[in-house]
Design a protein around this ligand. Structure first.
Ligand code: PMV
Length: 306
C-alpha cells in the first residue's frame, strides 16, 4: 500500500526576523509543491529514501521521530519530488517534512491532526537547523495566507480574494540560519534599537493584514516597501535585492521588498494587473529571474500520482 501527499512552498509577505522574536508575520503558500510518496515495505529492512534529495535529512529525521513516537519498527520506502529547487528559498525542507509526516500518519493509521503535524514538523526542523520560527511549516500544513506567531501560538488564516504578486529570484541561495544568527548577534549588543525596529515591523504587519482583508492594495504595497527599509536597517538586504526592489517600485509596483532571511533568495512586488509586465521586465533588467507562482494556495493535500 502506498500514499502520496503534497505540501506547498511559501513566501514570507511581511515580518521576517521579527517573527523569530515572538512578533507576528504574514506568510502565503505558493503553488510550487513538494510531493512525498510513502509505502510500507515488508521484511526486516532499512527505510529506503529515493531519490536522494537535498531534503533527505528532513525525511530521515521525520521518519525516526514518527517511528519513535509510535513505537513502529516496520520499514518504509519514501519517494519525493519537488516542483521547485531548494535553491530558490521557497521552503522545500519544511514542505517535505510536513508531507512526510502526513503520509506516515495515513500509512500507519494514526490520524494525526494538522496541529500535531505542525508540532512534530517544527520539532524536527528545530532539531536539524537549531533556529527558525516555524512560519514555513505552518504555511506548508495549512496553506492559504496566514498570520503567524511562533511557535504556532497564532496560526490565523486571512480570508483574502486577491494577492497579485510578482516574484523575483536573485540567483543567490540565502543562508537562512546565518542571517538569523547575524540578527541575533546584533540583538545582543543593540537590543533597544532592534526592539524598536521589530515593533515598527509589527505595526506594518497589522496594517498590511487589515488592508489585505479590505483589498486596499496600494496601502499593502506601502507596507511592503516600508518593511524592506527596516530589513535594510537590520542589515540583511543586499545591493542586488535593493536594486530589484527599487526597480519594481520605479516601474509602477504598489510596493516591494525582499522576502525571507535576506542575503539572496527572492523579492516580491505587489502589482496592479496593468503594471505586471513592466515590473517583470524591470526585475529581469536588474539581473533577477521572474518566478511564476500562484499564491494563497492549498496546504497539505492527497495526490493520485507523484
Ligand atoms: O529565508 P526564509 O524564506 O526561510 O525565511 C526566513 C525568515 C526568518 O524570519 C528570518 C526566519 C524564520 O524562521 O522565521
Amino acid at each position: 500500500m502506498s500514499v502520496i501527499y503534497s505540501a506547498p512552498g511559501k513566501l514570507m509577505l511581511l515580518g521576517e526576523h521579527a517573527v523569530v522574536y515572538g512578533y507576528p508575520c504574514l506568510v502565503t503558500a505558493v503553488d510550487k509543491r513538494l510531493y512525498v510518496e510513502a509505502e510500507l515495505i515488508s521484511g526486516d529492512r532499512d527505510d529506503i529514501i529515493t531519490p536522494q534529495v537535498k531534503e533527505s535529512r528532513f525525511v530521515l529525521e521525520s521518519i525516526a521521530h514518527f517511528k519513535g513516537k509510535f513505537n513502529i519498527t516496520s520499514a518504509v520506502r519514501i519517494k519525493t519530488k519537488g516542483d521547485f529547487s531548494h535553491q530558490v528559498g521557497l521552503g522545500s525542507s519544511s514542505a517535505v517534512t510536513v508531507a512526510t509526516f502526513k503520509a506516515l500518519s495515513y500509512l500507519f493509521e494514526k490520524n494525526l491532526s494538522l496541529r500535531q503535524i505542525f508540532d512534530m514538523s517544527y520539532h524536527v526542523t528545530i532539531f536539524i537547523q537549531g533556529v527558525g520560527s516555524g512560519f514555513d511549516i505552518a504555511s506548508a500544513v495549512y496553506g492559504g495566507t496566514l498570520e503567524y506567531v511562533k511557535p504556532g501560538k497564532v496560526i490565523d488564516p486571512l480570508f483574502i480574494t486577491s494577492l497579485p504578486l510578482v516574484v523575483g529570484y536573485s540567483g543567490i541561495k540565502a543562508d537562512t540560519p546565518y542571517y538569523i544568527r547575524k540578527v541575533a548577534e546584533d540583538f545582543k549588543s543593540k537590543k533597544p534599537l532592534m526592539e524598536k525596529i521589530f515593533l515598527s515591523i509589527t505595526n506594518l504587519v497589522s496594517q498590511a493584514k487589515q488592508n489585505l482583508i479590505e483589498g486596499n492594495m496600494a496601502e499593502v504595497g506601502n507596507c511592503l516597501t516600508a518593511n524592506h527599509i527596516f530589513l535594510q536597517e537590520l542589515g540583511v538586504s543586499t545591493p542586488l535585492l535593493d536594486k530589484m526592489v527599487e526597480s519594481a517600485v520605479a516601474s509602477g509596483a504598489w510596493g516591494a521588498k525582499l522576502s525571507g532571511a535576506g542575503g539572496g533568495d527572492c523579492m516580491i512586488a505587489l502589482v496592479k494587473p496593468d503594471k505586471r509586465v513592466a515590473v517583470e521586465e524591470a526585475i529581469r533588467k536588474t539581473g533577477g529571474e521572474v518566478i511564476n507562482v500562484n499564491v494563497n494556495t492549498k496546504g497539505l493535500i492527497r495526490e493520485n500520482k507523484i
